[in-house]
Design a protein around this ligand. Structure first.
Ligand SMILES: [Zn+2]
Length: 115
């Protein structure tokens, strides 16, 4: 019998599905709570599953659809919820924007010189 590797956390698994059952569990938790829980609460909920933290970390850092990591997608969603909550228009943030800002925070600066 051969073992397969999960696409997300690289953990060995028995089934042919591309994601292991732990990653599926984490993902359904994220889907269910997106826009309901804040980032800290979301991480708490993921840790509360009892799944090892290193696998949760890999899950959050994975980019299964090439649209930015799961963590960046959660952050983008929270940012958009917040912006629309306070009435900011046309400020849709994508997971790619979040990744860009995380890597190059100085790019967030406006063009106005610091006085
Ligand atoms: Zn996995």
């Amino acid at each position: 019998m051969s073992l397969f590797k999960c696409k997300i956390c690289c953990h060995k698994k028995l089934s042919l599905k591309s994601w292991c059952k732990e990653c599926n569990k984490l993902f359904s938790l994220v889907q269910k709570n997106l826009g309901i829980l804040g980032l800290g609460q979301m991480i708490d909920a993921l840790i509360a599953t009892g799944i090892p933290k290193d696998r949760i970390k890999k899950f959050l850092e994975s980019d299964p659809w090439g649209q930015g990591s799961i963590l960046d997608q959660i952050t983008a969603q929270l940012t958009n919820n917040l912006a629309s909550g306070i009435g900011v228009k046309g400020a849709d943030v994508s997971a790619q924007d979040v990744a860009q800002q995380r890597k190059k925070p100085l790019h967030l600066a406006s063009q106005k010189p610091i006085e």
